[in-house]
Structure formats: C-alpha cells, structure tokens
Write a protein that binds this ligand. Structure first.
Ligand code: PEP
Ligand code: MG
Length: 324
C-alpha cells in the first residue's frame, strides 16, 4: 500500500477521463515545503504565517518575515506560493500582545483580516515582506476571514501602495501579485458575485465555513458529531461558490481539511472543484483518489448530490460513488 502510494510521486493528478486536477499543498514549516516539493504538488496553496508569530514575545520584523517567505518561494523552485496574511485571533494562543485576550467569543471576534486591519503598521510590514519575496518566484497573497467587499478594497489599496513604494526604492518585485480571499465566512460565500470582481482568486476554508454555516464550534468536542461538511447547506454553498468562480474565470481551491480526505475527493470533484490544497501527508492518497475518478460521470451525478436532504443521503451518494 505505502509502496504503491510512493510510486505516485511522479504521476499526474489526472482523472480516468484525462482531466488534470491541481493539488496544492498546505504548509507552515520548512519540512512541509520540502515534502510538498518532493511529492510534486502544484505549489503551495496555503502558507500559514501564524507560526512565525506564535511562541515568542515580539512580532517578527520585516526582514525576518521576508527571509522566511523568500525561503518558501525558493524551496518551491518556480511553482506558485500562496502566502496567507496573519490569521491570529483569541482562538490561537499568542504572547506578542497583538490579540485581545479576553474576547467573549473569539471565533466571532478580532481575528484574521480584522486583526490585520486594526494594526495597520503590522499589516503593512507583512505585506512588504511578502511583496519583497515575490522577486524570487511566483507569489500570491491570500487574506483570511474576509466577510465583506470593503475589507478587500482596503487591502488592495494598501497592497498597491506597498508595491509602488518598494518598486520606487529599487526592490526587485514581481510585476503582478494576485490577491485572493479565503471564503470561510458564509456572508462572503453568499455575497461572492458582488465582490469576486475585486479578487484574483479564492480559496474556500471549509474548516471555518462549516463552523460558521452550521453554528458549530470547530473546537468543541461535545459537538464533534455535528461538525461535519456532510450537510446539504454545505453542498449547496460549495457548489455555488465554485460555479460563480468558474463563471468569472477565477481560480478556486478548497484548502480546509476536507480537501485532504480522500473520502471526499469524488464529492468535491462532482461539485466542480478542480483545485485542492491539502497537507503534504495526504497528497498521495488524494492523488490516488483523483486518478480513480471519472470526472464526466461524477459531474453527471452532482444533481443527485445537491438534492440530498440529509447527511445520510449524502453518505449514500458517497458510498455509491467511491472508486472500489
Ligand atoms: C479553514 O478555515 O478551512 C482554513 C484552511 O484555515 P484555518 O484552518 O487555518 O482556519
Ligand atoms: Mg480558517
């Protein structure tokens, strides 16, 4: 079994009917990046920058961040690297004093882009470090916890200024740095047609999207039964988001845990997904699952999936559509 998977390191993530699916990697450490590269991922679809800020007392300065991001870009030798801006909040322990420690409801509080926009200097420093790293290979910027168009517009304006300033001061930077939004707040998913014109790509964070859509705390063990993407509302919303993105010609990936679970591969393909971002440890299993799928057949069965009325019906669909 392991050996068989190992052989897939150099094989494409191509369906039985010949469609290439992009498998990007989620990464936060040097080892993740090395493994993502060795296993032939399409690039880094989600580079979590939080770890640079955790377990320490001061915020990393521009140069330290720049070196970290540059090393990821160099490590991927020309494949795209998607760097997510800071996604800290009271749900993630931090000692830098950035995060409000006593929020009554951390998941609904000052986290992600909200925290970044409330610390303008800090955010600008991170954007400068990322933009500088873009001189070493293709980089995209991904913004977490976006809930409305205004947030994107503010980030875009800031990014424009940072790019202009760095260019003027003689830094070698990429001509184009795509700006994307995490789709993980239901409002952003529902209102997507209204602001998709303001972004270059999107990445669906199903870990949070499921939490907020179902009103189920992703960290509450007492609710782990309910915390599942196998809900008709999740199916419909994912389908809509993917369809909207494709109609507007914008790349869309799923980067939540469900993308890395091979059991969900046929389901996500049926919903129209063609880009996944997952932890490198699951990359070969999902590549194997993709290679056992017939995309045209799965797409034909998406209607039945979208009509499923409950979890059991979705599970039945999955059982009927798993490659043996
Ligand atoms: C997500 O919410 O699905 C996601 C990928 O981000 P995180 O797990 O870091 O919140
Ligand atoms: Mg998230």
């Amino acid at each position: 079994e392991r050996k068989q998977l190992h052989r897939l390191r150099r094989e494409p993530a191509r369906t039985l009917d010949g469609i290439d699916i992009k498998l990007y990697a989620n990464a936060e450490s040097r080892d993740d990046v090395a493994e993502a590269h060795a296993l032939g991922s399409a690039g880094i679809g989600l580079y979590r920058t939080e770890f640079l800020f955790l377990q320490r007392n001061e915020v990393p300065d521009e140069d330290e961040q720049f070196r970290a991001y540059r090393d990821v870009v160099l490590g991927m030798t020309g494949r795209t690297v998607t760097i997510r801006t800071l996604d800290l909040g009271a749900d993630k322990a931090d000692r830098t004093g950035l995060v409000m420690g006593d929020e009554p409801n951390p998941a609904l509080g000052v986290r992600g882009v909200r925290l970044s926009l409330s610390h303008a200097g800090l955010f600008e420093t991170q954007l400068r470090a990322i933009v500088r790293a873009s001189g070493y290979g293709p980089v995209r910027i991904l913004v977490p916890m976006v809930s409305c168009r205004e947030e994107i517009m503010v980030v875009r304006k800031l990014l424009k200024r940072v790019i202009r300033e760095l260019g003027n001061s003689g830094h070698e930077i990429a001509e184009h740095i795509p700006l994307g939004a995490m789709i993980e707040v239901p409002a952003a998913a529902i209102a997507l047609p209204g602001f998709i014109g303001a972004i270059d790509f999107l990445s669906v964070g199903t870990n949070d999207l499921v939490q907020y859509l179902l009103a189920v705390d992703r960290n509450n063990d007492a609710l782990s039964e309910l915390y599942s993407p196998l809900h008709p509302a999740v199916m419909r919303l994912l389908h809509n988001v993917i369809r909207t993105a494709h109609m507007r010609g914008k790349p869309v990936a799923v980067c939540g845990e469900m993308a890395g679970d091979a059991l969900f591969t046929p389901l996500l393909l049926a919903l129209g997904l063609s880009e996944f971002s997952l932890h490198p440890t699951t990359l070969l299993e999902v590549r194997k699952a993709v290679r056992e799928c017939n995309l045209v057949e799965l797409r034909k069965r998406s209607g039945a999936l979208l009509r499923a009325r409950d979890r059991e019906a979705i599970e039945r669909w999955m059982q009927a559509n798993t490659a043996a």
